[in-house]
Design a protein around this ligand. Sequence first.
Ligand code: PXP
Length: 240
Amino acid sequence: MRLGVNIDHVATVRQARGTNEPDPVAASFLVELAGAEGIVVHLREDRRHIQDRDLEILRKVVKLHLNLEMAATEEMIEIALKTKPDMVTLVPEKREELTTEGGLDVVNLSGELSSAIANLKTGGIVVSLFINPDMAQIKASAKVGADVVELHAGEYANAQDAEEEVAQLERLRNGAILAEKLALGVSAGHGLTYQNVDNICAIEPIEELNIGHSIISRAVLVGLERAVRDMLDIMRRVSA
Ligand code: PXP
């Protein structure tokens, strides 16, 4: 199973100060060194974290699979066709949301999505749709010409008790089996953590996981001690 690491949060920290660090491009090198297979970034309409410049440089320097999450808007399609990520994952996007909240409603947006997908494919881009693990959405994804579906794991991740967790896991498993039958590639993401990822890894048709928040959160904590020591080393050298 492949891992795509979403590095949006690195850009979020940079944007909090409007400086040039930490740079998601530098983060992408560490993700590569650690052995992950992919880099995932979401270029949002409001540019709250990843910037156009990040995407342009990442495209030039990333040797891993580059997956661009974006809304199916004219502006974004134009950017994707220009920068040519390996994959585009179409997601629903609301300005006020903290993160992507639900899956795309492919059933009701089939016309719009068909033409967006056809357009992206003219650029040789593989297209994934981020959807809830519902049978109707999966069938509609195959119909509109998607190559891959990314199953939204958020309801599994947020399950309030063991019974609901088992039910959501079954929903993901059944969805993954159907998607595979329809010759769609299958990935999953959203809300996956060091505590809940094992069950998802056991779902065979799922080929790839896209994980951001949990990995970047751990990076902050496992890196903090070293960062403080590095600062103290400089201070003590100077004041010795
Ligand atoms: N997949 C998609 C389509 C997403 O929008 C996100 C969040 O940006 C993720 C995966 C990663 O989710 P998380 O940050 O909760 O790991």
